[in-house]
Design a protein around this ligand. Sequence first.
Ligand code: SAM
Length: 290
Amino acid sequence: MKEIASPGRTKMLLEKYGFSFKKSLGQNFLIDTNVLRTAVKAAEVDETTGVIEVGPGIGALTEQLAKQAGRIVAFEIDQRLLPILQESLQPYDNVRIIHQDVLKVNLKEVVETYFEGMGKIKVVANLPYYVTTPILFHFIESGLRFEHMVLMVQREVADRLTAKAGSKDYGSLTVCVQYYAEPQLIKVVPKTVFVPKPKVDSALVKLTLRTEPPVQVADETLFFKTVRACFHQRRKTLLNNLLHQLIDKKRKTELLKVLDELGIAPTRRGETLTIDEFARLANRLQTLVD
Ligand code: SAM
């Protein structure tokens, strides 16, 4: 039997079940086994690895994972795909498909219920692009030790995740994700390897979750608020953004003093600050926010 991701088998399965794609659910299925194998290889999975997959579709990626990993739990929101998955993944007894919106899943419970005895747990997914950021934060903020997350995302999201301070793609998403993980661009992927073809190019990224944050942050909530405030209007200076978003304007003199002591010019833009500078700034702002 051909692999699920082969164009012929995909077409056969979709026709047999009369499946029509829902754009609103980000349904673009992969029909290139090489790309799928690259994703599985990047995730470094073996028989001791438990994998959470988001949106198995008709099982193209799930099948490649099932050949290498110990156990796979895949969450699919679209009920119409369940009978297809039951047929396509029938040969694999290490796969569990759960019909649920992944954003409503209690990940801690999933790990406790399904991955007992697994050495490592990873996340591998060709993400539905309309919910990329919420899904990303659902996993990284769960506090669970997912060693790697290998994700297919829109090319421009990959550029933002992997951006360096000072570049045009560097923004609050970059800083917030890089606080938790080290990102790596694995491969830019053309539109042609999906059905239907999406409007944008894609890229595979690998996030290696940090065991320790890269900087010392006294109050994480304030750190993230500071980052978001500094990027609020990209063309505004740091000083203006902070005074509009976070710090009472009456405290401008105190804010200028803090910036001066940190050696951060108030005229700089948020996009020029490194994560370390954001951390040092946030740590000093504690006394200026109520
Ligand atoms: N993994 C398949 C592949 O690579 O061919 C399909 C990937 S497709 C880009 C995204 C999948 O996520 C679709 O099957 C879609 O129905 C599913 N999906 C969309 N939103 C979801 C959500 N909130 N929770 C779980 N699955 C979701």
